[in-house]
Design a protein around this ligand. Structure first.
Ligand code: SF4
Length: 368
């Protein structure tokens, strides 16, 4: 008999499962709390359930787990990169990111960047994940388990989650939103949705959908240019969703949700770091409230890029300072992100694993 994996089931489905085995509905809530609030790794650990129910769950259900394969710590900052094995042997990465020193809550903040797909079908020219190709979407349980697994070995509580690891979250919309609901549930992990950010390369209809559904997490757009030609050369998805369509969707989102949007912007020398690029961002900011996160470009030489990708160079610190000053002068909040984790290929755009060389999970020497 195939066992039902309870990790990642929304509360209603968990309640329906317990009802299907003849148990009262409230047992679903109890199991939910054990899984996510207490991070129980087995049914035997759920001591408020009767022994007979625990036996029944052991026979008819399972709790999926990721296997931690390696954990790499940066020598230059406190970034930690985790490599996880999925049940089918494929691998993904997650990154624990140190807070900015200047953050007011630096002492308390701990951010985990999580993956939503194995590889990515988009082909952003500056991104190592793109060189992996696409294998499959992660289940809601696999998305959540990155948080549960890292939290179980972290000395401090994880306070912020960013969906900015491998994959395009909007292409795995339902599983991503289920994981957000569980992460932010008060009887689950209890992480405020205001501390959860979903980043997209620009799926306009899903941006509108988030607004229509009243989704609470913050939204970030990997922007990198407001010029269609330039953006297409960096992010071919622009052919499908041109800049004008994206800006219309963001205006709709901001008006409907009364929230702002974060633009993620990697500055490339001579490509998107000019005065005209600044002017376009300022013009967009008149339509809806936005903040800009300027990200230093991280080399992806280790994945042997070629052609246009190989020619990309990060803008100099002087150009970054000039760009950020012009935005600030226009009253746009700007953050210049540190190069956290660059020495362990954990920085933005550097995540990539060789899944062809990955072994099936049962052959791995698993650390967790
Ligand atoms: S930047 Fe994001 S959307 Fe683009 S290829 Fe990389 S993982 Fe995919």
């Amino acid at each position: 008999m195939t066992k039902t994996n309870l990790k990642g089931l929304p509360l209603q489905q968990l309640e329906a499962f317990v009802a299907s085995i003849g148990e009262p509905k409230y047992r679903g809530k109890q199991i939910f709390t054990w899984l996510y609030k207490h991070r129980a790794a087995s049914f035997d650990a759920m001591t408020s359930l009767s022994q007979s129910l625990r036996d029944r769950l052991n026979n008819e259900a399972s709790i999926g787990h990721l296997g931690l394969v390696t954990k790499q710590s940066s020598a230059s900052d406190s970034t930690i990169k985790f490599l996880f094995a999925l049940p089918d042997g494929l691998r993904i990465e997650s990154v624990l990111i140190p807070p900015r020193k200047e953050s007011v809550d630096a002492e308390k903040r701990l951010t985990l960047c999580i993956s939503t797909q194995v590889g990515c079908p988009l082909d952003c020219r500056f991104c190592a994940t793109a060189t992996m190709g696409f294998a499959r979407n992660l289940t809601a349980g696999e998305i959540l388990d990155q948080v549960l697994a890292v939290q179980s070995i972290s000395e401090r509580p994880i306070t912020n989650i960013v969906y900015m690891g491998m994959g395009e979250p909007m292409l795995n919309y339902d599983n991503v939103m289920t994981s957000v609901d569980i992460l932010s549930s008060e009887i689950g992990m209890g992480i405020s949705p205001r501390r959860i950010t979903i980043s997209t390369a620009g799926y306009a209809h899903h941006i509108r959908r988030m607004a229509d559904e009243g989704r609470k997490p913050k939204l970030a757009l990997s922007l990198h240019s407001l010029n269609n030609e330039t953006r297409t050369s960096l992010m071919p998805i622009t052919k499908k969703f041109p800049v004008e369509e994206l800006m219309d969707a963001l205006e709709y989102y901001c008006h409907k949700t009364r929230k702002n949007v974060m633009f993620e912007y990697i500055l490339f020398e001579g490509i998107n770091d000019g005065d005209d690029d600044v002017r376009k961002i300022i013009k967009a900011s008149k339509r809806f409230p936005c903040r800009v996160n300027l990200i230093p470009f991280h080399s992806i030489e280790f994945t042997h890029p070629h052609g246009f990708s190989a020619s990309l160079k990060g803008a100099s610190p002087e150009r970054i300072a000039r760009f950020s000053k012009k935005l600030r002068d226009a009253d746009i909040p700007v953050f210049v992100r540190n190069s956290a984790g660059e020495d362990i290929d954990a920085a933005c755009g550097q995540l990539a694993v060789n899944n062809e060389a990955a072994q099936p999970a049962h052959e791995l020497s698993v650390i967790l």
